[in-house]
Design a protein around this ligand. Sequence first.
Ligand code: NDP
Length: 450
Amino acid sequence: MTYIHDTLEGLRHSSPAQSEFYQAAEEVLECLRPLLESDPQYHDHSIIERIVEPERQIMFRVCWTDDAGRVRVNKGYRIQFNSALGPYKGGLRFHASVNASIIKFLGFEQIFKNALTGLPIGGGKGGSNFDPKGKSDAEIMRFCQAYMSELYRHIGPTTDVPAGDIGVGAREIGYLYGQYKRLTGRYEGVLTGKRLNWGGSLGRKEATGYGAVYFAQNMLADRGEDLRGKTCLVSGAGNVAIYTIEKLYQLGALPVTCSDSRGTLHDPQGIDLETLKRLKEVERGPLTHYLTYRPDARYLSREDDPGEGHAVWRIPADVAFPCATQNELTVADAEALISNGVTCLSEGANMPTTAKAVDCFLDARIAYGPGKAANAGGVATSQLEMAQNSSMQQWTLEKVDNKLQAIMADIYRSCADTAAEFGAPHNLVLGANIAGFRKVADAMIEQGVC
Ligand code: NDP
């Protein structure tokens, strides 16, 4: 199968210095080998060459004024990767580390994730290297307005519908939406993750974290287990981590960690959810403040991280939920988790596990749920928000949550059945990639060369 190799080599040549994108592309293409060998139509229609190439990439300058009156300049991105299944859909990330490679890997993953939901949404992603840390509310607003002043001409409720991601929550979606409305004069469902009183969906804020827990529940159920009484590790302390922790408590598990870019919090009695929400959703402060409310908890700063990994993964537990960022879990972390007894891992974040660490989990036969399947609950509920906006309705939380649970169960089933079809029932990475790819690729073939 030299053309997989040739395609990956071609990407390295035509899109230099995009290591995160190569990592994501290599994982998907390697998983597709058995499908491509058994079904020549994908090769005949050059689907591999077409699917790794974004339909459109938009890069733009974002100029805004800080509180001191100084003009600041950032890079803005929106990648419209694949629209075979519906309008482009995927979040916006505002973080200092953002670059073309990170946006491209996120957009590529989004294609298959969105396909797995079974909903009519294509794959896109966007963001900026703007660092929200330490910025005032007025600076955040001016930045969002400047960013939307360019983005508005490329998006729309039936063309491209952005949402949140790292550094973009309901506050930022509000400022972005206000500017879109000012520029276009239209009040329409062009963004998801909106506040409830102006078009948001009940359950959207919780959906990614809840969905990652539902996915773990499905994986465990197939092994005759459940989450009740299980000790859980969670990384991150943002939207996904907080609502992962909330759902774990609801299902009788004990989440004992969370983390941010400065360090890890270990509370053996269980993370105090209300304190965590107050710190991160209201005060937006560091995790160290948690210790003033819970002095018995332990804080490990980044200096306490082991050389080849992260302190959060060295704590004995049963189940793990990486919910912070890409490549936050190394081979050494994976080995520590396995030897400490973790039997299930569900990824709330996108590509949090390095490629070699994924192999460790697959070799150890633990229940491993890759992000493109396990964290698809967020984008699925975004699509439910779009459906409510276009029909001018607001559904109950119960209705949204029931749909989310059904979607996560369907995604799990589709990944597990596809993995079994290709002779590797334990390998949900293979199952997710083939199941997602087939839906997009079949639609591309049916829609002709475009
Ligand atoms: P938030 O901005 O709400 O939270 C991100 C958390 O991760 C923060 O605690 C942040 O710490 C930490 N973090 C970010 N970058 C790093 C880093 N380089 N090293 C260590 N910690 C880091 O983002 P979300 O919770 O929304 O997103 C988390 C992950 O989930 C991302 O991978 C995102 O792509 C993925 N995801 C999110 C969805 C959503 O609906 N929001 C949907 C699907 C996937 P600090 O504040 O100190 O930077």
